[in-house]
Design a protein around this ligand. Structure first.
Ligand code: ATP
Length: 132
């Protein structure tokens, strides 16, 4: 049986999640990581991504949109700017945002803020991944 750890996910307006988990998967600016109990202490910048919580016998998915993740000796704390459970996500809106962002990225038009379009694409994919 794997060791467990306490996971906290907070946003500016709510305690989004708190529970004992086996593992959490998320994306940082350094890449995608899976954090288990006894992970080395770490502070990283969270990217917009589909975060996956592995509980006993159940996985929960959520979309998170940037923030920080802190791996401490006894817990993992995610401070997210925005976090959404699947039932809070409007799939059509996320799909439209994805199409808009992909079109902007592909257009190579002057005046397109590439980084903004790429972040919008990541947000839409984070949402669509959470409702899979
Ligand atoms: P859009 O282009 O559709 O506005 P966005 O990625 O630019 O998407 P954000 O800036 O990330 O939107 O979010 C603005 C607010 O709208 C937040 O409160 C966020 O939770 C909400 N929101 C955005 N997209 C969705 C969605 N598909 N379903 C539910 N809420 C959403």
């Amino acid at each position: 049986m794997a060791n467990k750890f306490e996971l906290y996910i907070n946003t500016p307006d709510r305690v989004f999640y708190q529970g004992e988990v086996n593992m959490v998967e998320l994306a940082t600016t350094e890449g995608e990581i899976g954090i288990y109990a006894d992970h080395i202490p770490l502070t990283a910048v969270l990217m917009p991504c589909t975060l996956e919580i592995h509980e006993d016998g159940e996985n929960k998915k959520a979309a998170v949109h940037g923030g920080i993740v802190e791996v401490l000796p006894d817990k993992v704390v995610v401070l997210a700017e925005i976090a959404e459970w699947p039932d809070e996500i409007d799939v059509n809106r996320a799909n439209e945002a994805r199409i808009r962002a992909e079109r902007r990225i592909a257009s190579h038009e002057d005046g397109i803020n590439m980084m903004r379009a790429e972040l919008a694409l990541k947000r839409s994919l984070a949402r669509l991944g959470a409702v899979d």
